[in-house]
Design a protein around this ligand. Structure first.
Ligand code: NAD
Length: 257
């Protein structure tokens, strides 16, 4: 018996990294997982016994399709993980309006569209579980503290943090919990982009940059995707029944310093 037996989850950006780890962990906890990404992650969906969906989170019509798909193929939706995201390392003076809009269209508009589309389905099934249904938004430590060279990303992840809290207030009475997760630097393709941006800004090699970034986390290492997935499974489950509007920091102590 898993904590999420009988539930249906949709994870965006599930093709790799944190999203793939979330899909695996949610499935291991008993959920039927819809794995969505720009290209349908067929292999992952087969591996976790779930469903694959091609979806651009910035496309309103794709969200309508995704909800119709969840209803038709899985009978509804209990958990939405808004995970798809883009990183940008550029000083603000070099950030074009196109850069700004591209990052915000995925990191902020994608989350807005996803939450809005999913609310009717989540509200419909909220009474089914002791802890209601759940939205989990991937923010970042960059949504809590500033990082030189990543102001556009900071702004987008800060927006996710308060979008989450505001929506938690709107949906509390409906039994839909909304929480954000704030990872430190995690060992994924995006983690590699962070390392490359840091090495470029500091004029050092990638290996040195990786060691310096690891050392900035008091636990002395970058995180693994599974560390984030564990928090996501917890928030999705009835064990987090009294948590809404929370910011769950999973950063090896980075922001406690
Ligand atoms: N890796 C880190 O260090 C780190 C730290 C803090 C927060 N995060 C956040 O965690 C989330 C996942 O990060 P990751 O490291 O796994 O990133 P990643 O780059 O490895 O994977 C991101 C996924 O999102 C998908 N994606 C991008 N644009 C999309 C779109 N328009 N529609 C649908 N899918 C799209 C990509 O195809 C990719 O599969 C992101 O929101 C990221 O900002 C990551």
């Amino acid at each position: 018996m898993g904590d999420l037996d009988g539930r249906v989850a949709l994870v965006t950006g599930a093709g790799q990294g944190i999203g793939a780890a979330c899909a695996r962990a949610l499935a291991a906890a008993g959920a039927r997982v819809i794995c969505s990404d720009l290209t349908a992650p067929d292999d992952l969906a087969a591996e976790v016994g779930g469903l694959a969906l091609a979806q651009d989170v910035t496309d309103e019509g794709d969200w309508e399709n995704a909800m119709a798909f969840a209803q038709r193929e899985a009978g509804g939706l209990d958990i939405l993980v808004n995970n798809a995201g883009l990183f940008l390392m550029k000083p603000l003076t070099q950030t074009s309006l196109a850069d700004w809009r591209r990052v915000h269209s995925v990191n902020v508009e994608g989350v807005f569209l996803g939450c809005r589309a999913a609310i009717p389905l989540l509200a419909e099934r909220a009474g089914k579980w002791g802890g209601g249904t759940s939205i989990i938004n991937l923010s970042s430590i960059a949504g809590l503290v500033g990082s030189a060279g990543a102001v556009c990303y900071n702004a987008s992840k800060g927006a996710v943090r308060l979008l989450t809290k505001g929506l938690a207030m709107e949906l509390a009475a409906a039994g839909v919990r909304v929480n954000s997760v704030h990872p430190g630097v995690i060992d994924t393709a995006m983690g590699d982009e962070v390392v490359a941006g840091f090495s470029g800004a500091a004029g050092i090699g990638d290996n040195e940059a990786r060691s310096l970034l690891a050392a900035r986390h008091p636990l002395g290492r970058m995180g693994q995707p599974g560390n984030i997935a564990d928090a996501v499974v917890f928030l999705a489950s009835d064990r987090a029944a009294f948590m809404t509007g929370s910011e769950v920091v999973v950063d090896g102590g980075f922001t406690a310093n």
